[in-house]
Design a protein around this ligand. Structure first.
Ligand code: SAH
Ligand code: MG
Length: 203
């Protein structure tokens, strides 16, 4: 298992795949254990790195993870098989906004796909969240750029930062969810329904 993880880290570095930061995955694994999370939905698989690490938090965790890029999807399937986790991780090849999840629900939804679509993911996937569950969004600091918007030269990047700021505002003003922002890794947002007060490890 450790070899598979190390090889994925090497591959991600060599191929510019933005995998989750060490502190962030530690935070999420701790959350999974403390709250006895069993069903996870991940939006944005890349090569399966975070899916595999979440599945190793404890052995009754099942992950469904969605990836729209063909090459990354195939790399993820290969890695899941090599990690011996194909019985607990299902990799779905599709655009997350086109996936039909009718009849499914999750204890943890991890949003880590296109930063331009964060609000769309949140609006769609909140309908599949179990009572007591949370939605965690990664890269809320966008590599530190959210704090340094004035210095960004690329218009595209500035627009993405604007999108992330809009999303933060949307979460802060959400009537149904409370969101806490964590300065962990590249920034995590943890959102839970207002009546769910017994969630552990997020204070
Ligand atoms: N969660 C991974 C990293 C994901 S990187 C990890 O930490 O290991 C983000 C991925 O989301 C990219 O591979 C990209 O192809 C994918 N993606 C972006 N928008 C998507 C969408 N709408 N549906 C499915 N996948 C998407
Ligand atoms: Mg990420």
């Amino acid at each position: 298992m450790n070899d598979v993880i190390k090889e994925m880290e090497r591959y991600a570095e060599a191929n510019n795949v933005p995998i989750i930061e060490p502190d962030s995955i530690l935070f999420i694994k701790k959350y999974i254990k403390l709250n006895d999370v069993k069903k996870i939905l991940e939006v944005g698989t890349a090569i399966g790195y975070s899916a595999i690490l979440m599945a190793t938090a404890k052995d009754d965790v099942e992950v469904t993870t969605i990836e729209r890029d063909d090459k990354r999807y195939r790399e993820a399937v290969k890695n899941v098989n090599e990690a011996g986790l194909d019985d607990r991780i299902e990799v779905v090849f599709n655009d997350a906004l086109d996936v039909n999840l009718a009849g499914y629900s999750y204890d943890l939804i991890f949003i880590d796909a296109a930063k331009s679509q964060l609000k769309k993911y949140f609006e769609k996937f909140q309908n599949y969240l179990n009572p007591g569950g949370v939605i965690i969004t990664d890269n809320i600091k966008f590599h530190g750029l959210v704090a340094e918007k004035d210095k960004i030269e690329s218009k595209n990047v500035r627009q993405l930062v604007d999108k992330i700021e809009d999303y933060k505002e949307y979460l802060q003003n959400n009537d149904e969810f409370i969101t806490k922002f964590y300065d962990v890794g590249d920034g995590l947002a943890v959102s839970f329904r207002k009546n769910d007060e017994s969630i552990k490890g997020i204070d």
